[in-house]
Design a protein around this ligand. Structure first.
Ligand SMILES: [Zn+2]
Length: 731
């Protein structure tokens, strides 16, 4: 087949660089090829597809040159794969497995011997490479060429999932590519590929019905260029026949204007997230671009959505089908949408249970969460759910792939989804179940959205770091936007954006976002919460550390305005946050937590901080009042720190110096602030029972624990983290 020239590709990006490849060893060249294939979403989806090279290497025992197949192993993603993501297996041993398979009395797809062969791959491992092999291994091994690429390109899947797939394959590729009917990947499909190639000498690739593309060459660059050429050909074929605005039967509804759509989403997201999260909490990603809107607004969307998703890779995330909500954005209101979401999800669960019952086998794993993970709303777009932000983005990406596939397939024939039983046998495959069981246990705040107010510095910043470490999605909010963004950036840097390609707009965010808020203004808090909903779909835990200490003047007098500011921030602020978050918690119907930061000063009267101390006493009682108000859904507890001087904006230089003067602690006005702070912190430590200086991390630890089920049965309490101050003991 004639390859396109590098500058001719319009539907995939050509990335091969000879100079770079020349510097790499054969395995590194495979990693390189994989990365540049995986980097283009039009070539393969996140986590989908695999690549291999059969390479001569020395046997570690004999030193003899032997043929080793390096093949992308289980898990991981082509785009980000490294050498460690590839399994390495002896070719001669892999081929010898065929004899064992053929000796089985019962063989073929889905027979017990097929899955048993997976354990046999362990006997073929070269050089103790611990990478688990994928179920696609035999597809690569039994193809008698050095290099093999298996990809899931939308353009090719459109052909593979089209009623006319077989004839289209011939029309597009002539004799160069052959069609093989759908069969679940595994040992038997590997043998079918081997036979197909033997029966059609000289073919360069195979379209796997309802699945994807596999092609090969004896040169790695040629294999790469062949992959691109085959995809480009299919894409050009579809492009020439694209129905434009007429696709999917044309538009039935119009998209809502941006502001109306955002308002609607803000109104329905807490309810929607709550409904799908009754078994397991989910994080949302919203998509409202032209591509998805064209689909959800179309006449055919309801019919096509019902058919289900397009690629076997997708089922575990997108579920068998999305929930299409039959709601008219031009004629119906928000209340009607909420009603239809409620009834739609209820029906979805019933349908899912029926699908499970109809398809299950004697040894099938128990039914999984029956809630939809993809919700399609006309006029609005798509809401996709996953166990974390990254997973929800991949769910969204996968359904976009399905839309692209349907767009192509419906342009040249009819989109055909996998039969339900086949989909079930993928979704509930025992090998997939084993993979799920191998996953590390979830962290305590995974699946949660934690809002930390005051996250720009001090205790709030430490709390943001602490909860992020437990898997939380963290909304870093602060009066100072730059400081909030700084903390969010630190978290994103540590934990990464995850798999899936970053989206645009606030919903395309990573595990943390930075937002500004003024807790004394209800509108400001409302605006903050709206952004949180659009970013993640809901809120689980709120930690408020924002507070203010207004230093009295030299005479020790606190002005009326200072009193008002102190109470506005330290008391009213906590109340407004709780009051505004309340409607979200109630709509979600999921348990949540609120931690308000008070102070040991709320219990200890002393000279020089009358407004602050009084406000903190009120904040302590606010904790109790809100615990009563928000029960049983939300637990409310107070964190009462003492004298956290390190990194605290509550201890600006002038306050530190005035305290040092007050306690007669020797110091010089020339010393830097941190050194002065450390003197004060050590002085304070000596007043405690434990004699330990108190850090923001100490406070963050308790704020974190109060947000978890460790304190599931405690609400309305104040926890002092003060090193042990006898005078602050609560009575
Ligand atoms: Zn595949």
């Amino acid at each position: 087949m004639q390859f396109y020239r590098p500058d001719e590709y319009r539907h995939v990006s050509y990335r091969w660089d000879d100079a770079h490849a020349a510097k790499l060893d054969p395995v590194e060249r495979l990693v390189y090829r994989s990365n540049i294939l995986g980097d283009d979403q039009r070539i393969t989806n996140t986590g989908g597809g695999n690549t291999s090279s059969k390479i001569m290497m020395p046997d570690p025992l004999t030193g003899e040159q032997v043929e080793i197949m390096w093949v992308k192993g289980s898990g991981g993603d082509l785009r980000t794969s490294k050498r460690a993501n590839f399994a390495s297996l002896y070719m001669d041993k892999l081929m010898s497995l065929q004899a064992i398979y053929n000796m089985a009395s019962e063989k073929g797809v889905k027979t017990p011997i097929e899955d048993q062969m997976v354990d046999m791959y362990l006997h073929t491992v070269y050089n103790l490479n611990p990478r688990a092999t994928s179920i696609d291994t035999p597809l690569h091994a039994f193809i008698p060429y050095k290099h093999v690429d298996h990809t899931h390109p939308n353009a090719v899947i459109a052909i593979a999932a089209c009623s006319r797939g077989k004839e289209l394959t011939r029309e597009i590729y002539g004799d160069a590519v052959v069609w093989v009917d759908w069969q679940r990947p595994g040992f038997d499909l590997g043998l079918i590929l081997q036979e197909t190639i033997a029966a059609h000498p000289g073919i360069q690739g195979i379209i796997l019905g309802a699945h994807g593309l596999i092609n090969w060459a004896n040169d790695d660059k040629a294999c790469y260029e062949l992959t691109l050429t085959l995809i480009e050909r299919a894409a050009r074929y579809l492009e020439a026949r694209d129905k434009g605005a007429g696709i999917f039967g044309g538009a039935k509804f119009q998209s809502l204007p941006d502001d109306q759509r955002a308002k609607l989403l803000i109104d329905v997201l807490p309810t929607l997230r709550g409904m799908v999260s009754q078994q397991n909490r989910f994080i949302a990603t919203i998509q409202s671009d032209e591509t998805i809107l064209q689909f959800v607004n179309s006449h055919d969307a309801a019919r096509l959505a019902e058919l289900g998703t397009s690629c076997p890779d997708h089922f575990l995330r997108t579920k068998i089908k999305p929930l299409y909500v039959d709601w008219d954005p031009q004629r119906e209101d928000t209340a009607s949408l909420v009603n239809k979401l409620e009834s739609g999800i209820a029906q979805y669960r019933v349908d899912y249970a029926a699908y499970y019952q109809a398809c299950k086998r004697a040894n099938s794993p128990a039914m999984r969460d029956p809630n939809p993970t993809v919700i399609l709303i006309p006029g609005v777009g798509m809401v996709a759910f996953g166990k974390n932000k990254s997973e929800s983005r991949v769910t969204a990406e996968f359904y976009n792939c399905a839309v692209e596939v349907m767009r192509g397939a419906e342009a040249v024939g009819q989109y055909v989804a996998l039969p339900r039983q086949e989909a079930f046998d993928i979704e509930y495959w025992l090998l997939e179940e084993a993979k799920l069981r191998r996953m590390p246990p979830e962290k305590s705040l995974e699946r949660n959205v934690v809002l930390v107010i005051g996250a720009g510095s001090g205790i709030g910043k430490s709390a943001a770091h602490r909860v992020a470490k437990e898997g939380a999605h963290v909304v870093c909010a602060d009066l100072n936007l730059e400081a909030a963004q700084g903390t969010a950036d630190e978290l994103t840097k540590i934990y990464g954006m995850g798999i899936g390609v970053a989206g645009t707009g606030i919903s395309g965010c990573g595990p943390a976002i930075g937002l500004s808020v003024n807790v004394t203004k209800r509108e400001s808090i409302r605006a903050l919460l709206d952004q949180v909903l659009l970013a993640y779909g809901g809120i689980d835990n709120v930690i408020v550390t924002a507070g203010v200490f207004v230093s009295p003047d030299k005479t020790g007098h606190v002005t009326d305005d200072q009193w008002r500011l102190t109470f506005d921030v330290n008391v009213l602020g906590g109340y407004l946050v709780a009051d505004e978050a309340r409607s979200i918690w109630e709509a979600q119907k999921l348990r949540g937590t609120l931690v308000l930061t008070t102070s040991v000063n709320g219990a200890v009267a002393k000279k020089g901080s009358v407004a602050y101390d009084t406000s903190k006493a009120a904040a302590n009682h606010l904790v109790r009042e809100m615990a009563v108000e928000l029960a049983p859904l939300v637990r409310v507890n107070g964190l009462a720190p003492a004298t956290v001087v390190e990194g605290s904006t509550m201890f600006p230089r002038d306050r530190v110096i005035s305290s040092l003067v007050k306690y007669n602690i020797p110091h010089s006005e020339d010393e830097d602030t941190e050194s002065l702070r450390s003197k004060l912190a050590n002085f304070y430590a000596q007043r405690t029972l434990t004699k330990l200086p108190i850090t923001p991390e100490d406070q963050a630890e308790v704020a974190y624990l109060l947000s978890t089920d460790a304190f599931a049965k405690t609400t309305g309490q104040i926890f002092s983290v003060d090193g042990g101050l006898v005078e602050a003991f609560l009575r």
